[in-house]
Design a protein around this ligand. Sequence first.
Ligand code: PLP
Length: 260
Amino acid sequence: MRGRVLIIAGSDSGGGAGIQADIKAVTALGGFAATAITALTAQNTEGVHGVLPIPTAFIRQQMDVVLRDIGADALKTGMLHDSATIAAVCDGIAAEAPGIPLVADPVMVAKGGHPLLQPDAVETLKRRLVPLASLITPNLPEAEVLTGLRIKTEAEMEAAMPALLGLGARAVLLKGGHLEGPRLVDLLGTPEGILRFEDARIETRHTHGTGCTLASAIAVGLAQGMPLEEAVARARRYVRAAILAAPGYGRGHGPLDHAV
Ligand code: PLP
């Protein structure tokens, strides 16, 4: 099965993160990527230099025309910018894509520190989007904002899982990349328990777009009919290979190489 993924996210002109990373990941893993763009960013490896939000009615129009004609086997959300955008996207999912697996990456801040979600939108994200998700993929700072908990160790990651699952998504991939140390641990929490994924950490500054890439790689696995655990395992292998092959472009956090 090829796997159609509708990606609802922001554009990164630098080609490293956002919609561009999403399309590359879905395509590299054999899927078909369609997009509803929520915001344009003027961005390079050094950071986000400008943001142009797309009017919510036009975001919704992009979703509706794609879903009514092409259809989708999975949805992926990334940068949603503000509360009105989240509301419009959730209305669109409820109306046109109920029951289609949704991977929601709760994007809040870019690596360079630029906000990609207005702070007052976190409540809308929790109340409207998270309960629709088959999987949310928070990193540790995002999980701290979502739960109000302190998460600075692997033990605290495990301890936070009930609160994260309590937000209403059917599964949570809590990404441990922000911890220090030679190992990188991600935890996949479901009502059945916690699965641990572990690798050696890759020391590099070229990690721009890893979160977007991972979430899209999981979404295409679900679109292709993989069980969640297998989709996560393949996505982690893909992101690892893409980091190892990173071309080293730019003066900041460079992009990955998706031709792996
Ligand atoms: N730009 C856009 C449009 C994004 O959607 C994201 C992440 O989701 C980023 C930038 C941030 O990527 P990173 O944190 O890897 O720099």
